[in-house]
Design a protein around this ligand. Structure first.
Ligand SMILES: Cc1ncc(COP(=O)(O)O)c(C=O)c1O
Length: 383
């Protein structure tokens, strides 16, 4: 079976892990954690990085840092991986789901703006101006754009909308290490960005995340909250409900080795993306995820649309090409059927019904790529 997406571990991973084992620094303290945080932050063009045990934990902490509570709304796209919404629910906030753009599958910014214009009003309290949803009376405190599949929407416009409507931006950049918009890196547009290093991500620590920010106080507080909010090096005194969300040194060691190889891996992914776009162009009724002018995606997971998605999915998996359907839209999941869903034509449902992800490992061989393309062509030629 040609796998969907497996890590490429061809650098110093083994050597750095052995170093942890030899020195005994396997757990929550150790130099690899700091190195990894610095590498990811520098790559993303942010001043500070704080490692977490995974991206979901990072998204949770990011919201706590920006004061999200159960009295708030957080805006998110209706098409994302469940972890985005779970992280919102951990805070008690109510998500507002925005339908996606039919072409690039990122949050539809027209819909976002019309929701904010027509369904929220401005309020000022204690010298702070913010927006309140007119139906629920809850404050709309933050927006969490997701760079779906490592692609990216018009971040300049999103930043402008967020400014007009007083929303804090937390970027779910979990899939988007290496992605830029107008040369600015995903994760660096808002107050906080979060990357994931889960097994299926562009690089991996097995499980892990890094939260990035340019704000020293937020970074300090992020470290504090992810490490049990302990205030004294000696005594067990804590000043908040903290979390044990830290990334352990042995996993950060893998991350350091992965970051060293990242430029090559990013190049592999973009080459793979270009290969599929070239060779699947005009095959059956396949259409690709659009890329905006100024967007430079990382090519994380190649996903395309076809009206025969379910049949193709079964055919590929039966013929040695591991493939997966796209995420069920959030408004269709039983936990979120009551959430506010801003849509005109429910584009999310159509994208979900038609989209399929195909093998996209950085280490995929040319022969495997040819096999994937040939198997897809065979499917359309047969029926
Ligand atoms: C869009 C999105 N958000 C959040 C996450 C959560 O990241 P993690 O698996 O590291 O918790 C993931 C990946 O798994 C993701 O794809």
């Amino acid at each position: 079976m040609i796998p969907l997406s497996i890590p490429k571990l061809e650098g110093n991973e083994w050597q750095y892990v052995q170093d942890c084992l030899n020195t005994g620094w396997i757990s929550s303290a150790g130099s690899y954690v700091t190195q990894f945080e610095d590498q990811v932050a520098a790559y993303a063009g942010a001043k500070y990085g704080v490692a977490c045990m995974n991206g979901t934990a990072g998204l949770h902490i990011a919201q706590l840092l920006l004061g999200v509570t159960k009295n708030d709304h957080v805006i998110a796209p209706n098409i994302t991986f469940i972890a985005t919404l779970n992280a919102i629910k951990y805070t008690g906030a109510a998500p507002i789901l925005i339908d996606v753009d039919a072409d690039n599958w990122q949050m539809d910014l027209e819909l976002l703006e019309s929701y904010l214009k027509e369904h929220t009003i401005e309020k000022t309290e204690n010298n702070e101006t913010f927006r309140v949803d007119t139906t629920t009376q809850k404050r709309v405190r933050a927006i969490m754009p997701v760079h779906v599949l490592g692609n990216i929407g018009d971040m300049d416009r999103l930043v402008a909308i967020a400014k007009t409507y007083h929303l804090a931006i937390i970027e779910d950049s979990t899939e988007a290490l290496g992605t830029t918009f107008n040369t600015k890196h995903a994760g660096s547009f808002g107050k906080i960005g979060v990357f994931s290093f889960n097994g299926n991500k562009i690089i991996s620590t097995g499980g892990g995340g890094v939260l990035v920010t340019n704000d020293a106080a937020l970074a300090k507080q992020a470290k504090h909250l992810t490490t049990q909010a302990k205030v004294s090096a000696m005594d067990y005194i804590h000043d908040a409900i903290g979390y044990n969300y830290r990334l352990v040194n042995v996993l950060a060691a893998i991350g350091v080795a992965q970051m060293e190889q990242f430029p090559g891996i990013l190049n592999d992914k973009r080459t793979l993306d270009a290969y599929y776009r070239k060779h699947l162009q005009g095959v059956g009724d396949i259409t690709f995820q659009a890329v905006l002018d100024g967007a430079h995606p990382n090519g994380w997971l190649f996903t395309f649309s076809t009206s025969r998605m379910r049949d193709l999915l079964a055919y590929l998996n039966a013929n040695g090409v591991q493939s997966r359907p796209f995420w069920m839209p959030m408004n269709q999941l039983e936990m979120f059927t009551d959430a506010i869903y801003v849509t005109r034509h429910d584009v999310s449902a159509a994208v979900y019904e038609r989209s399929i992800s195909i093998p996209s490992s950085a280490g995929i061989t040319e022969e495997q790529l040819e096999t994937v393309v040939r198997t897809i062509k065979d499917f359309y030629n047969k029926k």
